[in-house]
Design a binder for this molecule. Structure first.
Ligand code: AMP
Ligand code: ZN
Length: 146
């Protein structure tokens, strides 16, 4: 009852809050994560980046600490945390990032040998928790990777 009353107050004074508090918890979690996400800020142009490619679904830019002559990050515009958090609805987006990487590799003329990598979890070196595909190339790449 109290909650109901609070919501009503919010609705009259702050209509935005009404929608916020009535959105599903998962949606709220995603909104909170996005507001504090480095890559969401880069996509929105709030933090500068060296843009390489953009379309409706993805944004690609030069990695700030390149590990190869070509080191581009392909980032879905939708905030997905990482591969292990991805849902069935993200399937196409995950694969689509690979096709964008292939397109950039063709443009960069590095098709002799390049690598695409999703780091998943801190143990694999993931430091930014917004899904991104690394495109690395332009030098010999050893196997297995470190
Ligand atoms: P990961 O370690 O797989 O999460 O990849 C994150 C990548 O983002 C690293 O390779 C970083 O060098 C890169 N990075 C971090 N901050 C920026 C930034 N502001 N602009 C471009 N790349 C960044
Ligand atoms: Zn994000």
């Amino acid at each position: 009852m109290l909650l109901h009353w609070l919501n009503a107050e919010c609705f009259f004074e702050f209509p935005y809050n009404h929608f916020y508090f009535n959105s599903p918890p998962l949606e709220r979690k995603r909104e909170a994560a996005m507001s504090d996400c480095l890559f969401c800020k880069i996509i929105a142009g709030k933090i500068p980046s060296k843009k390489v490619y953009e379309d409706e679904q993805t944004f690609a830019f030069e990695d700030i600490n390149p590990q190869a002559p070509t080191h581009v990050l392909i980032v879905p515009k939708r905030h997905v945390v990482d591969l292990k958090e991805a849902k069935t609805e993200d399937t196409e987006l995950i694969g689509y990032c690979q096709l964008v990487a292939a397109k950039i590799a063709r443009q960069r003329n590095i098709e002799n040998g390049y690598r695409t990598v999703y780091n998943v979890g801190p143990g694999a070196g993931q430091t930014v928790f917004h899904l991104h595909l690394h495109l690395l190339g332009g030098r010999p790449l050893t196997w297995p990777p470190g």
